[in-house]
Design a protein around this ligand. Sequence first.
Ligand SMILES: NC(=O)c1ccc[n+]([C@@H]2O[C@H](COP(=O)([O-])OP(=O)(O)OC[C@H]3O[C@@H](n4cnc5c(N)ncnc54)[C@H](OP(=O)(O)O)[C@@H]3O)[C@@H](O)[C@H]2O)c1
Length: 318
Amino acid sequence: MKKLIYSKFGGPEVLQIAEVPIPAIQETSVLIKVKAVSINPLDWKIRNGEMKLMSGSKFPKGIGIDFSGIVEETGTAVTQYKKGDEVFGILDVFKGEALSEYVIAKEKDIVIKPQNVSFEQAAAMAVVGSAALQIFNTLVDLKKGTEVLINGASGGIGMFATQIAKRKGAIVTAVVGDSGIQAVKDWGADFVINYNKEDVLKGNKPYDVVIDLSGKIPFSKAKQIMKHSSAYVHTAPGPKEIISSFFINLFSHKKYKLLMLKPSPGYLAELRGYAEQGIGIVVSKIYPFHSFKKAYTEVPHGKFIGKAVITMDDLKNK
Ligand SMILES: NC(=O)c1ccc[n+]([C@@H]2O[C@H](COP(=O)([O-])OP(=O)(O)OC[C@H]3O[C@@H](n4cnc5c(N)ncnc54)[C@H](OP(=O)(O)O)[C@@H]3O)[C@@H](O)[C@H]2O)c1
């Protein structure tokens, strides 16, 4: 089968298609014919070598964390799935290799794809949707009327965070570029700030929760727009942030929270529920497998709504 791999850290140029055996199935695992794979910032951060501590430096490495596909074969101990089931799911965040014709996943790491979403939409959900759920389930407390600022609201996590926060009764201020304004209004944002026209730090309204998805507002600056008792979420923490959050949280009412994604079957089930209820899942860029270099060159520049995915439809025998 064909699989996207790389044998040294670097830009999109290190990626290449390899011909490898179809992975062997184990008792509790499921072999899935991949239909679509999500493109995530984590893909290029790992590929660039920015996350060596977590990803390790052993090569060759695969790429791609969340995916959708069709069950091809099940291990002898698998009870919930059968050949032909349409599923979506998530692989190891730091060792994912979903950009392959087939992947092996644990039963707990997949769920049945809702019929009302496409394979492309289903592939786009697991990483960013789980991240949004983890923020709201474990890092910050949202109640009716909680004032939330989402900086980078038109991207992957922002798309789910905006809609889930609204469903929980929060008052959402979405910070986006020109191209994201209509999308966040469609997802229910109460207030929209265009980062090209306004400085979010100069606003008068203090927030209960500030979620920075763009890496552009550090905690040190966000504090000026946070209420006395409030929380800030850093979504790309490294060792420095882990240490400073520990000390800040000992002394300050303005809490410094860090997102470190831990996928869970509960999040996948919750996401399937949201999808069935019709939550907006916008996939505005779809690349064929053989355009992987173009995909990983264009997508990091942003300026599109929601998610980008790679489909496997251009591979033979599909
Ligand atoms: N820690 C973890 O476990 C974990 C897990 C998943 C993701 N993450 C991280 O979380 C972050 C967000 O992920 P994502 O998938 O949502 O990324 P994304 O889809 O690339 O979204 C990032 C958003 O930031 C916006 N942005 C760019 N410049 C901005 C500015 N000056 N002000 C406000 N917004 C701006 C972008 O808008 P434009 O399109 O207008 O540029 C885009 O909508 C990434 O750093 C990712 O690596 C971390």
